[in-house]
Every structure is written in structure tokens, then in C-alpha cells.
Ligand binder design. Structure first.
Ligand code: FAD
Length: 457
């Protein structure tokens, strides 16, 4: 292995591979190396296959509503391969008083849904008169203030579906800065949305589709990795800085680079950066989940849709489940059904240490009360992803300011990766492109104007 590079990227997950892709596209002459500690690239992204069933250890899909991800798919030729599951074509369910109830998808169904009482629906309209409260706030407190208590279980379900998080801890200003801005500017979220609609904001109209690939999410990693210089089995243990640039200390020796990209999850990043400057906090909370892959014969009466989520107040063992073979039918042998159930999350780390047998038993007992499953599963596999989901809680805005000041001080240091600019795949790809742009132009990463992002369960 040579040891001097123009750019070293630490971390060979989606963030590192995407940053390398965009850099290569912008400046193919640059010498770029990705340093990855594991034997494989991809980080949290890994596909599971057994007995004709295909699930995922990590992400199950990403929405087709982000420009940078679309660019990546076009560049790699993966657009043609991608499988889509349009959100508008599938029902989504919430567990409500022990039963699966469809989430409303149109104004008519919003008005008739049993998920919120008539009084609760009227209370939502009070948002028009509630004055914005300044300062950072947890999502739960903010929703209760603007829309009333009755929406909390639905918000809980949405937050469980994205962060496996706790809505009383996640920070609205970090998770939905665009909505908060709209509220501050117009005095009301509803008024702001109506104004946007009137001004013809088309993005509010179309429901996006979920994307994956016939070979699973790993396909994206495989294709991204094809043209990159990567050294696997190389753990970065420390960083050094001198007037020439950066020294990357690995368990395989030292490397040097003019520019450095940290594309590792936020906590590993803080650990490495502490050698350069003391971070404002040692680590951010991480939510870990277990995915139980369940293959059934066609006798399983799984309601048509993407899946369901369970708010905490329902007091169930399983956080929710994806009806994977409805979204992507080839994930199960013909006539059979694949469900993937999630356990644990921010509020139930104690469940992560249970044995596979106990988890399987309790998940089955739980799901059996909600879905008619006349026969035992043909396949049951408990997947324990090593990676957790970083939580954007109350310290997050401060952490972003600290990153900004660090990148201002060290113009050749670039920080992206899991838990900085969000947690989803689209967030990673977007942040990776900004990182590549910053290296290419020598300017600071451009912060986006905070936009209103719709919430999809
Ligand atoms: C269980 C789970 C489910 C998810 N579901 C979805 C979903 O449905 N949709 C969605 O959009 N997103 C989902 N996500 C989020 C998505 O997986 C992440 O956005 C994305 O994979 C993060 O990529 P990354 O490269 O930033 O981090 P990672 O994937 O964590 O990759 C970081 C890489 O850095 C390496 N590394 C770390 N430290 C060092 C070091 N010191 N030296 C060298 N290498 C190092 C790691 O080995 C790893 O390969 C999910 C995540 C999890 C964990």
C-alpha cells in the first residue's frame, strides 16, 4: 500500500463510498483512498438471504425523492435495476387499541380515521392560533403544544419507524428544521403549509416510492465499490496534523493526505477527533434494533401494505413489522410471505440481550395477535445488526455548530457520515456530495436552507 494520497476517506460505508464516487466524478485525477476497518465495505448495509427469502440487516429501502441519490443511481446505471414500491400504492398500519388500523392517506380518510377522536381532530386546527415557542424542544413537547396530545401515538409510530427513537428525547429542531422554520416564519405549521401549497410547491403533491434492488441493498454497495481504491481490514486508530496535511494512524501503518474525510458514524468520529480538539460531548445516544426475519407459507393472512408500527402506549414486544414481500414480491419464494419484525430501539435496550429463542417466541406471540398466521413460520432468523442508529437529540444542534467551527479551522477536514446530517441513506448521499464539492472547490460545505420534509411512516 502506498502511503501518500490527495484525499483519505475513513469509513467504507455508504457515506465514504458515495463521497469517493462524487469526488472521482468531479476530479478523476485525484488520488483517493478509502480506509475501512472491516473485511467488507458497506457498513450498516448488508443483505440477508436464506431458503429463498431475502431480507436486510440494515436499510430496507430509500425514497426516490432526493436529487443526489438520483444522480448516484444514474451515474452507476442502477436506476434501470432499481425496484420501486410507490408509497401511494400501499397501506400503512398503526397498532391502535390492539388492532391494525390503516393510516389515512387522503383528506377524506383523515376526517374519518378512528385513530384520532373528532375533538382531537379539531384540536389539530388550534395550530393556526398557537404562537411558536422559541428554543430547542423535544418532538413530543412540540407536537403536544401545536397539535394536541392525541397525535402523540402517531408521532411515536413515525419516530419509531425512522429512528427507532423516543419522541420525548429527539429534538424537533434537529430532526425537522424545515418545519420549525416554517412555524417561526408563518406563526403556524398549517398556515405555512397552506401558503406553500397555494404557491404551487409541487414537492408537497407527489408521494415518493421506496427503492431497493433485486439483489438487495448490497447491490448498491457492490457497484459503488467497483471503481474505488479501498483498503479493508485497516483500523484507523488516531489522527495527526502538521503543516503538510493529515497523518492517519492505522493498525497497518501510517498514511498521509492533503485532505481528510471522516465518513464514520458520529460516535467513532468524535473519538477520532478528540485527538485534534475536545468535542462538546463524548458520545451521542444510539438506538439498536434486532430484525426478526419471518418466512411464512401463503396461508399467512398479512394485510396488504408496507407494514405496521406500534406506539409505546400499546405496550407490545415488537416495535412494528415490514411486510417485505408486499413491497418487493421476489423477496420470498412464489406463494410465500416475508415479514421482518423489529425489536428493541431507544426505549427497550433490555430486549436486545434476550436469547434468540425468547425473541422469536415473543415476536411470534405478539404478531399472531395482530395478523392471522395459521401455520408456524417456515423460516425464523434473528438478525442482530452491529450498527445502531444515532439519535438526533437535544445536544445535536450544538454538535453541528462545533463541527462547523472545526471545519472552518481546518479547511482540509471534512466530516460526514451516520448521525451528522441525518440518519437515512438519502441524508448520507446528500452529505457525501456536499463533502466532495467542498474538497473540489476549497470552500466550506454549503448548509442547505432548512426545507419542509414530509414524514412518511
Ligand atoms: C438497523 C438499521 C436500519 C436502517 N434502515 C434504514 C432504512 O430503511 N432506510 C434508510 O434510508 N436508512 C436506514 N438506515 C440508515 C442507513 O443504514 C445509514 O444511513 C447508512 O448506512 C450509514 O452509512 P455510513 O457510511 O454513514 O455509516 P456506516 O454504514 O456505519 O459505515 C461506516 C463505516 O466506517 C467503518 N469504520 C468505523 N470506524 C472506523 C475506523 N476507526 N477505521 C476504519 N473504518 C472505520 C465501519 O466499519 C463502517 O464500514 C438503517 C440503519 C440501521 C443500523
Amino acid at each position: 500500500m502506498e502511503n501518500t494520497y490527495d484525499v483519505i476517506i475513513i469509513g467504507g460505508g455508504l457515506s465514504g463510498l458515495s463521497a469517493a464516487h462524487f469526488l472521482r466524478k468531479m476530479a478523476p485525477e485525484r488520488k483517493v483512498l478509502i480506509v475501512e476497518k472491516s473485511a467488507r465495505v458497506g457498513g450498516a448495509i448488508q443483505t440477508f438471504k436464506q431458503a429463498g427469502f431475502q431480507g436486510e440487516w440494515g436499510p430496507h429501502g430509500f425514497l426516490d425523492n432526493t436529487e443526489e441519490s438520483q444522480e448516484l443511481l444514474r451515474d452507476t446505471g442502477l436506476y434501470q435495476e432499481a425496484q420501486t414500491a410507490p408509497l401511494g400504492d400501499f397501506y400503512r398500519y398503526v397498532c391502535h387499541h390492539g388492532q391494525l388500523v390503516r393510516l389515512p392517506q387522503s383528506l377524506k380518510t383523515v376526517l374519518s380515521t378512528p385513530l384520532v377522536s373528532p375533538l382531537g381532530k379539531l384540536r389539530v386546527l388550534a395550530d393556526l392560533w398557537k404562537s411558536p415557542r422559541p428554543g430547542k424542544m423535544a418532538i413530543g413537547e412540540w407536537v403536544e403544544h401545536r397539535f394536541g396530545k392525541e397525535l402523540l401515538p402517531l408521532v411515536d409510530a413515525a419516530v419509531t419507524g425512522s429512528f427507532a427513537g423516543d419522541y420525548q428525547k429527539l429534538c424537533i429542531d434537529a430532526v425537522m428544521p424545515g418545519v420549525r422554520k416554517l412555524e417561526m416564519e408563518t406563526g403556524s405549521v398549517l398556515r405555512g403549509l397552506i401558503k406553500k401549497k397555494k404557491s404551487g410547491d409541487k414537492k408537497l403533491k407527489r408521494l415518493p416510492s421506496m427503492l431497493n434492488f433485486p439483489e438487495g441493498m448490497e447491490r448498491l454497495i457492490k457497484v459503488l465499490n467497483e471503481k474505488q481504491a479501498v483498503t479493508c481490514n485497516t483500523l484507523v486508530q488516531g489522527l495527526g496534523r502538521d503543516p503538510e496535511g493529515w497523518t492517519v494512524k492505522t493498525d497497518q501503518g501510517e498514511l498521509t493526505a492533503a485532505s481528510l474525510v471522516l465518513a464514520v458514524p458520529v460516535n467513532q468520529c468524535l473519538q477520532l477527533l478528540s485527538a485534534i480538539k475536545t468535542p462538546p460531548l463524548a458520545c451521542v445516544p444510539v438506538s439498536k434494533i434486532i430484525n426478526v426475519v419471518l418466512g411464512f407459507s401463503g396461508s399467512a393472512k398479512v394485510p396488504y401494505g408496507f407494514g405496521y408500527l406500534s406506539p409505546e402506549r400499546e405496550n407490545r414486544f415488537t416495535l412494528g413489522a415490514m411486510f417485505t414481500s408486499h413491497m418487493f414480491p421476489d423477496r420470498a419464494p412464489r406463494g410465500q410471505v416475508l415479514i421482518e419484525a423489529l425489536v428493541g430501539g431507544r426505549r427497550h435496550p433490555e430486549r436486545l440481550v434476550l436469547s434468540d429463542e425468547e425473541i422469536s417466541e415473543r415476536v411470534l406471540a405478539d404478531i399472531n395477535q395482530l395478523i392471522d398466521l395459521p401455520e408456524p413460520p417456515l423460516l425464523i432468523k434473528v438478525l442482530r445488526p452491529e450498527h445502531g442508529i444515532p439519535q438526533l437529540e437535544m445536544d445535536h444542534p450544538g454538535l453541528l455548530s462545533w463541527r462547523k467551527s472545526l471545519e472552518e479551522e481546518f479547511k482540509d477536514l471534512h466530516i460526514c457520515g451516520f448521525g451528522w446530517d441525518g440518519i437515512g441513506m438519502n441524508d448520507m448521499i446528500k452529505s457525501a456530495k456536499k463533502t466532495a464539492m467542498a474538497i473540489q472547490t476549497g470552500a466550506m460545505r454549503q448548509d442547505d436552507e432548512a426545507k419542509v420534509k414530509p414524514v412518511y411512516f
